[in-house]
Design a protein around this ligand. Sequence first.
Ligand SMILES: [Ca+2]
Length: 227
Amino acid sequence: MNKFSPTTTAHVSSFGHYTFEVSVKASSSIGLHINEVEFVGAQVKPFVVSGIVPDRGGPPAKSLSTLLDRTNTGIAYNNPAEVGTVPFVIRAPTDIKTIRITHTRPLYGPGWRILRDGVEVLKESANRGGSADPIPVTYTYELYSYTHYARACVGGYNIIKYAGKTVEQCKEICLAMSNCVAFEFGVAYGGGGGYQAGDCQPQSSANPAGCDGSYHNLDLYVKDPSV
Ligand SMILES: [Ca+2]
């Protein structure tokens, strides 16, 4: 061993924790069966940092590490995962835009909610149905994100206004609207404008030119172009 060996720094990623939470129960009467989780484009191999030990099937299927071994061996549970269950948390680069999950059958696919360092980057409102085939089946998940600009807004281009929302709720509202490319969010800056804290206003443009967020009491959140 040579302690002066250079380390590889060709690609520098920051790392984060991806929390996989069940947002909609899978159709199956038994538990989740998941063969593989792929962080598309990851330059460094992700790893499982915590999770619920699988209780169905023999080794190696009882190891959470089989989720990331690029094989169709994976994890399985006897009992259905209720909404809010977090079967596993994976450490992976933060610049990932796409995740692929291979389930043994569609009926084992829940609706997923994925958080990166506690911030929601995906939330499904349905599971993958009750079909028993194909075996296996791979689904692609495009993660979303927003860039936050404090004291910024868009002149005009208001689609609709909601009051009394949280930023996270407004992110979900905008995500569900195909014509929403950004949203304004009310913050109590004490400006002379009429917006209130908690106002959520989806936008059909993300151009902040000429709009004074301090005056209007607005922050601007722009959808990631990959969405
Ligand atoms: Ca695997």
